[in-house]
Design a protein around this ligand. Structure first.
Ligand code: CUA
Length: 350
């Protein structure tokens, strides 16, 4: 990742390559301020050294007579910086307005941040874990977080905006450079917990027709997925994998490996000492427990784990929840069509 960024950086002098319509404007102002600051830093340093040398005290010579003030000099060093800060303010305001005022006819994409991944929802309902956009069309991102504050940051676009729980933030950009191969880096720029540095994704910019083809393929693929495939897809795209492994190792939450078997047997132990088998029955199936764990994670806390999982109520639809259950069963080696009905607490899959 750092190598990617380095490669993109080396294409220009200091800043990474620019790939949005407003990136040149941002860069220009940056270099302008840099130039002004550099020029005056050097000038003042050189003058300081020279003055110290020129007016140094010498033995047997009286110190130079003091000048109380010089009106012309003082006006000059007030007026020039004043003009400079006004120029910087006007250029900065123009750039800020260009970036904040959203043009008409944007193509709208939803951005969801969750510890620790990004997902992107297209107007047709397709969800992708990477951002694909058409070239040369203004894109509006409507961004929300499911847990804490994150920040959506794409260096090549010169775009960064906080993503805040409980509200939407929006930002727009128009990409002007095709990138269908490596993709541009997307980062989270707000420290959001243990795996903040892993909260990365890619931006792909396509020619308009190729973007349409990508979207069609992505949505067809989603439509024709089996529940199991859909479950795997959700596991990756909705960030389950950030906390739950499938290989038995413990991350933030319990591993999914053999989790279904344990649930179906009612073997899960809660913080209050009760067991899942105390609840399982005709009115409370293992599937219902999984559903509840996803939509109301705080309802029954499993011993040894903290209450950190965000609720996915309203985020995941019924068929999404079914898909996750199918995936859990698959990981535990249970055929997806078995044990779908409620079953007594003491019987597990055979
Ligand atoms: Cu999300 Cu840092």
């Amino acid at each position: 990742m750092s190598l990617d960024l380095l490669a993109q950086t080396s294409k220009s002098l200091w800043l990474p390559q620019g790939a949005s319509t407003y990136s040149d404007e941002v860069d220009w102002l940056f270099y302008f301020i840099m130039g002004v600051v550099g020029f005056f830093t050097l000038l003042i340093l050189v003058l300081m050294v020279w003055f110290a040398w020129r007016y140094r005290g010498k033995p047997g010579q009286p110190a130079s007579s003091q000048t109380s003030h010089g009106t012309l000099l003082e006006l000059t060093w007030t007026f020039i910086p004043l003009v400079l800060v006004i120029v910087i303010f006007v250029l900065g305001l123009k750039g800020f307005m260009d970036m904040s005022v959203i043009p008409a006819n944007t193509y709208d994409i939803g951005v969801t941040a969750v510890k620790w991944s990004w997902s992107f929802t297209y107007p047709n309902g397709t969800v992708a874990e990477e951002l694909h956009v058409p070239l040369g069309r203004p894109i509006r991102l409507i961004m929300g977080s499911q847990d804490v504050i994150h920040s959506f940051y794409v260096p090549v676009l010169r775009l960064k905006k906080d993503v805040v729980p409980g509200r939407y933030t929006q930002i727009w950009f128009q990409a002007n450079t095709v990138n269908e191969d490596d993709g541009f880096d997307i980062f989270c720029a707000e420290y959001c917990g243990t795996n903040h540095s892993q909260m990365i994704s890619k931006l792909y910019v396509h020619e308009s027709s190729r973007f349409n083809r990508w979207l069609e393929e992505a949505s067809n693929w989603e439509k024709h997925m089996s529940p199991l495939e859909r479950g795997k897809d959700i596991y990756v795209k909705r960030g389950c994998m950030q906390c739950h492994t499938t290989d038995g190792s413990k991350l933030i939450g319990p591993t999914f490996k053999d989790l279904w078997t344990e649930i179906a047997h009612g073997g899960v132990v809660f913080k209050d000492g009760k067991k899942l088998s105390d609840y399982l029955g005709p009115e409370y199936s293992p599937e219902q427990y999984v559903r509840e764990s996803i939509t109301k994670p705080a309802e029954k806390l499993v011993a040894g784990y903290d209450n950190v999982m965000p609720s996915f109520a309203g985020q995941l639809k019924d068929n999404d929840l079914n898909a996750i259950i199918a995936y859990l069963k698959d990981i535990s080696g249970v055929a997806p069509d078995t044990a779908t009905a409620s079953q007594p607490a003491d019987s597990g899959p055979h």
